[in-house]
Design a protein around this ligand. Structure first.
Ligand code: DP6
Length: 348
């Protein structure tokens, strides 16, 4: 894992936030008109403990952002910094340095953990209220829709038309659940999820059917999650995944993220299921495969898919809320509770 950026909080006012990617079990795929990432479909997700984004933010003379050591062009980020200033009612400028423990923009939800950590770090650095998780989720959403879910740990829902996500269960809900992340291909994806989503909505004849079908998938997934029924949840997750890809294949031009290794892994998982092993796959805007399984079966699943992975599979438990990391405490106006090591935001 790349080293976590650090700074002396006394001399620079730096704060350090950490967030984990949000893996959709039922997919957010399509936005309502208006341009602020309001979802056309309800999504349901789990937060992944094993992957993380660490973001350090300090007040500065002008805004800047670097990700994994590379300075970023202001394009996508400038409106987000403006939105933070509007929300907190301040004129602070932010110097931000962010590190992912996993490949960026490769279909592993780096924008979800990235904007969740960024929302928390900037609000804290500006002296805003870091305890209002609904407001943080709504802010993170404006950077990237899925980031609204990464503000929360455990299992989350983000309802169609909603400005913020909500937590369904915290990270203790399903202790036996494991998620195997199989990175089958290195390097960035050819089309961003945002562009693919918009192209699909604007050109795929299957898009309207996807939106019409989505509420039923969400209800089935929520019931399966409430019952901690992995087979039912895995079944509906695969349906959501494949129907999302069906909309992309119908776009003009068609969008195809999968690699040969993606298919190889899917075949191996089908074989594992035939032999009675819990192994339920999902993919997002990229070739990587993520597999829901149990603590008992996780090693066997990881071994089975390993030959097709570009880097070793990672076995994850369910992750917690985005949090502030000790050593970079927020400034005085922040009222966030700081119990124990890290400042977990209140459950509301
Ligand atoms: C396939 O949240 O990256 O991962 O809102 O345009 O930033 P923007 O899109 P983004 O899309 C995520 C799409 C997905 C499914 C999901 O996470 O629900």
């Amino acid at each position: 894992m790349p080293s976590v950026p650090t700074a002396d909080p006394d001399s620079t006012g730096a704060v350090h936030a950490r967030a984990h990617p949000s893996l959709a079990l039922v997919k957010y795929w399509g936005k309502r008109p208006g341009g602020t990432n309001i979802p056309a479909t309800s999504s349901l997700a789990v937060t992944l403990d094993a992957l993380s984004t660490d973001t350090v933010c300090r007040p500065a003379d002008e805004d800047s952002l670097e990700i994994d050591g590379r300075p970023q062009p202001p394009g996508r980020i400038a409106p987000f910094f403006d939105r933070v200033r509007e929300t907190v009612r301040c004129d602070t400028r932010f110097a931000v340095s962010s590190r992912n423990s996993f490949p960026t923009a490769a279909g592993l939800a780096s924008s979800a953990s990235g904007f969740a950590a960024l929302a928390l770090a900037t609000v804290a650095a500006a002296g805003g209220d870091t305890t209002d998780r609904h407001a943080l989720s709504a802010l993170a959403r404006q950077g990237s829709g899925s980031a609204s879910r990464s503000v929360f740990g455990g299992f989350t829902a983000w309802d169609a038309g909603a400005t913020a996500a909500r937590q369904l269960h915290d990270e203790r809900w399903w202790p036996e659940l494991r998620i195997v992340v199989a990175p089958v291909h290195g390097g960035p994806k050819p089309v961003s999820s945002r562009d693919a989503m918009n192209l699909t909505r604007d050109s795929s004849p299957f898009y309207d059917a996807w939106v019409a079908d989505a509420p039923a998938l969400f209800q089935r997934a929520e019931a399966a999650l409430d019952a901690r029924d992995l087979e039912r949840l895995g079944t509906v997750m695969r349906e959501s995944t494949m129907r999302m890809f069906a909309t992309m294949l119908g776009a003009a031009p068609p969008i195809l993220y999968w690699r040969p290794q993606t298919i190889e892994v899917l075949q191996r998982l089908a074989e594992l299921r035939r032999r009675g092993t819990a192994a339920w796959e999902t993919m997002d805007a990229g070739p990587q495969v993520k597999i829901l399984t149990t603590a008992d079966d996780a090693d066997a699943v990881a071994r089975e898919v390993s030959p097709w992975c570009a880097t070793s599979p990672v076995i994850s438990t369910v992750g917690g809320d985005a949090c502030l990391v000790p050593g970079h405490e927020p400034r005085e106006r922040d009222t966030g509770k700081r119990a124990g090591g890290s400042d977990r935001m209140n459950h509301t």
